[in-house]
Design a protein around this ligand. Structure first.
Ligand code: NI
Length: 172
């Protein structure tokens, strides 16, 4: 595993649409491992491949309940809404108030190409939306109703977080 160089705000790569992953090979595994290591090193809760300069539809998320790898993820369903602060490893030190769905169900492939579904609420729902946005060149500042001042403490999300991952063979 290796720490990869990050792509930061202002880099045109962050605005590009990432391509579908078609090869579920060792190279994809290495990319996902490196993305996780890079995310953990910076205490992030999510990272999209574009943020390490790879325009492929791959995401890693860990909100503290274990790592989730999402390849070619698609949002199937959303419900409710939550308003809270959000940041991004490509925008160090910046936080904004962003409205997101309160619950999100996503269909994705794992590193072997097997389809599964994950449903997340609260912070996980926020992370799923944020990272999938990255794959289409969308960043959180696009959604922010306002950015926090540098010395303003981001409001804490007090809601309990739930994640539910299930295997789905029908999802194709
Ligand atoms: Ni981000």
């Amino acid at each position: 595993m290796a720490i990869r160089n990050m792509v930061y705000e202002g880099d045109p790569l962050l605005r590009k649409t990432s391509r579908e992953v078609t090869a579920f090979d060792e190279r994809l595994g290495t990319l996902l491992d490196d993305m996780a290591e890079t995310m953990y090193q910076q205490s992030g809760v999510g990272l999209a491949a574009v943020q390490v300069g790879v325009l492929r539809r791959a995401v890693v998320i860990d909100i503290g309940e274990g790592k989730i790898e999402l390849v070619n993820p698609m949002i199937l369903e959303t419900s409710g809404s939550q308003v809270g602060s959000e940041g991004c490893l490509s925008f160090p030190g910046q936080f904004g108030i962003v409205e997101r769905p309160d619950a999100v169900t996503v269909k994705a492939q794992n590193r072997k190409g097997e389809w599964f579904e994950v449903t997340g609420t609260a912070l996980l729902a926020r992370a799923l939306c944020h990272e999938i946005d990255h794959l289409d060149g969308i960043v959180f500042t696009d959604h922010a109703t306002r950015m926090l001042e540098p010395n303003e403490n981001p409001p804490k999300n007090k809601r309990r977080v739930t994640a539910h991952v299930k295997k789905s063979k029908a999802a194709e």
